[in-house]
Ligand binder design. Structure first.
Ligand code: ACO
Length: 358
């Protein structure tokens, strides 16, 4: 029997930090509201496109695995903010990291994307189609934000996380997963203003806009992630008390707290970093997983549960069995191209445009 062990992990957070106070200078909101309703204190704003964020996270994961990029046979990139639609962003990542022997695919399941991509890449390894793959969640969510809408302006951030998976005969890696889609509610979370639904000649300058019904998403998120995790625990024949670390999608601290309560987990059993990065959509689980290893929150042989939900409304959960190694084989010294701009400077045009149009 073939499995797909996670052997490398990496993340890329662009340097410019946008604090709640920064946003409150331009948008009718406050640090108090954002912190108490979401748990977010700050988020990162990228000066480069999604593929560059993804490529650096992937390079770091490949270094941590101690392999050569030419050994990678699949680049699976989960994103809903690609650099362009055609060609896909995974092909740019393949090129930037020198994985010239790899197939390259973008996958869009919004915030659940990394879990969908990890499940799909794991299945390819387990069926023997590829031996080594890099799976990435990367987003430049700041590009979608309408800064005149305080409901969404405070929630999102940019960043990327990646893992390398490798074929092994030991039962490690993503062992069980349950993915689903609550499509009756697909209208309650949308980015409007893009796609072939639009008559682009009739409406050539349709503005992109994230629209959502937060309270309804909140309820369905807790239900979807809870159901997913329960199904996965049943499949894996484990109990909530066997989970060493829950790595959930970071959309709202109160949603994470509801899951924690449902499964009676202690704070030590739940990975939370939403305060630093906000909601980076498909990247949250990948970044949190990477940070958990880096910070010593994952021990050899740990049982890890992930759970996520996103537009669609896609949802899912996965049970990961960690291997023996929790230290990187190598490190990668590459960095993003330098930028001396603050987050507010990077966003200045976008904010002026959105606020003038409002
Ligand atoms: N600053 C100040 N006040 C605000 C802000 C803001 N940024 N945003 C909304 N408000 C106001 C509203 O206008 C409203 O005012 P009113 O009572 O005078 O009408 C009040 O705050 C409450 O608004 P709600 O939308 O009811 O606030 P809620 O507690 O539901 O929090 C939130 C909103 C954070 C979006 C929450 O519903 C949530 O986390 N939902 C699930 C996650 C989600 O939807 N994320 C976005 C999609 S991405 C994803 O991960 C799937």
């Amino acid at each position: 029997m073939q499995y797909a062990e996670i052997t490398g992990w990496g993340k890329c957070l662009p340097p410019a930090i946008l604090t709640n106070e920064d946003i409150a200078k331009h948008v009718d909101t406050s640090d108090e509201w954002i912190t108490s309703r979401t748990g977010i204190k700050e988020r990162r704003i990228s000066h480069v496109g999604t593929a560059e964020l993804a490529a650096l996270a992937a390079k770091r994961a490949i270094a941590a695995a101690g392999i050569d990029p030419t050994e990678i046979e699949l680049v699976a990139l989960a994103t809903s903010t690609p650099d362009m639609l055609v060609p896909n962003s995974a092909s740019k990542v393949q090129n930037l990291i020198g994985a010239k022997n790899a197939a390259a695919v973008d996958m869009n399941s919004a915030c659940t994307g990394f879990l969908y991509a990890l499940q799909s890449a794991t299945a390819q390894v387990r069926m023997g189609a590829v031996k080594k793959a890099v799976v990435i969640g990367a987003e430049r969510m700041s590009w979608f934000v309408n800064w005149s809408q305080r409901e969404s302006a405070v929630l999102f951030g940019d960043g990327a996380g990646a893992v390398v998976i490798e074929a092994t005969d030991k039962p490690l890696g993503l062992l069980n997963a349950k993915l689903g889609c609550d499509s009756e509610a697909r209208d309650i979370l949308q980015v409007q203003g893009f796609g072939t639904e639009i008559d682009r000649y009739d409406n050539p300058a349709a503005a992109l806009n994230i629209q959502f019904i937060g309270k309804e998403i909140f309820k369905r998120a807790v239900r979807g992630m809870g159901q997913g995790a329960n199904t996965v625990m049943e499949q894996a024949n484990i109990k909530a008390s066997d989970i060493n670390l829950l790595v959930p999608h970071q959309a709202n601290l109160r949603i994470i707290a509801a899951l924690q309560k449902q499964f009676e987990l202690s704070d030590e059993q739940v990975m939370v970093n939403i305060h630093n990065y906000g909601n980076t959509s498909a990247a949250t689980v990948a970044i949190a997983l990477c940070e958990a290893v880096e910070n010593g929150r994952i021990k050899p042989g740990d049982n890890i549960m992930t759970a996520a939900f996103g537009a669609g409304l896609t949802w899912g959960a996965g049970y990961i069995k960690w291997g023996d190694r929790i230290t990187p084989v190598n490190t990668c010294d590459d960095s993003l191209p330098a930028s001396d701009k603050s987050a507010l400077e990077l966003l200045s045009n976008a904010m002026t445009y959105c606020l003038n149009k409002a």
